[in-house]
Design a protein around this ligand. Sequence first.
Ligand code: PMP
Length: 330
Amino acid sequence: MAYGMHTAPDTLALIGHTPLVRLDGPSKATGCDIFGKCEFANPGASVKDRAALFIVEDAEARGTLRPGGTIVEGTAGNTGIGLALVANAKGYRTIIVMPETQSREKMDTLRALGAELVLVSAAPYSSPCHFVHTSRRIAEETPGAIWANQFDNIANRRAHIVGTAEEIWRQMDGRIDGFTCAAGTGGTIAGVGLGLKAKDDNVTIALTDPHGAALYEYYECGELRSEGSSVAEGIGQGRITANLEGAPIDTQFRVGDQEGYEWVRRLLNEEGLCLGLSSGINVAGAVRLARALGPGRRIATILCDTGFRYLSTLHNPVWRGEKGLVEPVV
Ligand code: PMP
């Protein structure tokens, strides 16, 4: 059977309906069937196209976003790319605020889409210079602008309840034992978690948290505490966003960059899949979940974006050397 063999009426109809692929190496390593949801197949090449579309259409429905209006957002890049493509298709402007630490490919993609790019230095969330606060200020000061507010706007997770979760359920024929992914805004883990639990309360929902994020400790012992750091873009959260409120997390894993990178490398070399580090961390989490649940189980995770977005970083040996990532021993 050929996947994606449908004719879409327009670009926005290409968002979602992504294929699910069985990952052979992770499946063989665990005796389970581990599947990856190919979010790199979205038109903006990441999972965030889904949230972008829902956020824009929610603002249109509320009447806050009017013809010719402007969408402002703070983002690690992928949400900005999703918003810019949705805005172009619907006739809006975009202003995107992004930390300068993110990959050059994301910045170039945003410029190519015609977004106005505002780069800020990396700052803690408590600082007024943080990209999220900067984007809110710009939205307040720009006439006819809305602030997308992906972290606390639950139109984000709704995209995953009605879209991603529903698709995974159907693609796995309703036979799924566990799901895991990491959190940036938390929209994916909370939305897919809520959506799958509504279908079958026995599906185990596991959070995979990178180093430097505070959610592992929160779900483990109720305290937002972090240790270490991660170079993975787009994931790592230090607070309970509105999207994360009520997320049905049953268990949690903490996965380091090196463990995630080893899966990125293996999937590239052995299966021809070029992914980013958040996808590798998700696959490492799926392997942990498979081992926790035992052989024969069916587990899904998210392949968040394309590795072609990280040719100057993760897929560049000089950058990897600087960040201390080493090649897996095969
Ligand atoms: N991976 C990448 C590469 C991302 O850009 C994001 C979004 N920030 C995520 C994972 C996490 O998705 P979410 O915001 O839904 O938690």
